[in-house]
Ligand binder design. Structure first.
Ligand code: PAF
Length: 283
């Protein structure tokens, strides 16, 4: 596997491969790779001749400096896993490379970013969209892969690509879970053993809410049941539990129609903030 830190050498490598008629897939990550990331790499390897994984902890998407400092990093292990997964190239740029000048542009996603993660982490999606746009421009992939755990991020990236006509297909990959239901996340490493035992309760809460929606389409009741369930666990501090239209993130007003919904949750366990979601289609 080739490792690049400069966009120039990465571009030369990609041009050479493209000239031989090869297709290129990109998996953007912030490193500290786990099985969820390896699933993204696997999907990319399946459908592209060349798989490039970027590893970059992007400072502009962290609204909390401590969260940025504490974000797990383990580049040697990441590279080992990427090689084993069949990735051909890794792009590991520095802050100086990615932000050689202070960016002036600000990407705004209106209603898509004013709720859930965007509301609780102001500026987060501006930072995500900026870095994803930079990475897409630097690599010009045919397809780029993102995990569905960050559902709101996936919708915003699809909007970015549509609005700015990036010639790339965005592929969402289903959440990979631990056997007890906890969604894989780099942040799981930071949980204490007690927090780790409690963490699958977010998944249990999502299951309860979706089950409730199947039984009765009363949205408020489903959310209330979910919140009541979590109250049993004082170690979990809920940030939000919301039901939105899966493709537009709109809140539903009254009744549920025949459309995919997304139940989204974010909560703190100690200092670690976890997110998760579950898709549901009610006919
Ligand atoms: O989902 C992530 O890991 C990050 O938000 C991304 C898409 C790599 C941008 O930094």
């Amino acid at each position: 596997m080739q490792i690049f830190s400069s966009p120039g050498s990465l571009k030369a490598y990609i041009s050479k491969e493209r000239n031989q008629g090869k297709t290129v897939g990109l998996v953007p990550t912030m490193g500290a790779l786990h099985s969820g990331h390896i699933e993204l790499i696997g999907k990319c390897v399946e459908s592209n001749d060349i798989t490039i994984c970027s590893i970059y902890v992007n400072p502009t998407q962290f609204n909390d400096r401590q969260d940025l400092i504490r974000y797990p990093r383990d580049q040697d292990h990441d590279i080992f896993q990427l090689e084993a997964a069949g990735c051909q190239a890794t792009f590991c740029p520095s802050d100086e490379v990615m932000y050689s000048t202070k960016p002036m542009v600000s990407l705004n996603f209106g209603p898509l970013e004013n709720l859930m993660e965007g509301h609780h982490r102001p500026g987060h999606f501006k930072g995500v969209a900026l870095i994803v746009a930079k990475l897409l421009n630097m690599t010009q992939p045919d397809q780029a892969y993102f995990g569905e755990k960050d559902w709101q991020q996936l919708i915003i990236i699809k909007q970015l690509v549509q609005d700015l006509n990036f010639p790339v297909r965005i592929v969402g990959v289903p959440i990979v879970r631990e056997p007890d239901g906890l969604a894989m996340s780099s942040r799981n490493q930071r949980l204490s053993s007690d927090e780790r035992i409690m963490a699958p309760e977010l998944y249990n809460c999502l299951q309860l809410v979706t089950q409730q929606l199947v039984e009765s389409t009363n949205l408020d009741q489903a959310i209330t049941k979910g919140k009541e369930y979590l109250l049993q666990f004082p170690g979990i501090k809920l940030d939000y539990l919301e039901i939105v239209r899966a493709s537009t993130l709109d809140h539903l007003v009254d009744e549920i129609g025949s459309e995919p919904l997304s139940v989204c949750i974010a909560a703190f366990l100690g200092e670690v903030r976890l997110i998760d979601n579950m898709q549901i289609f009610i006919d």
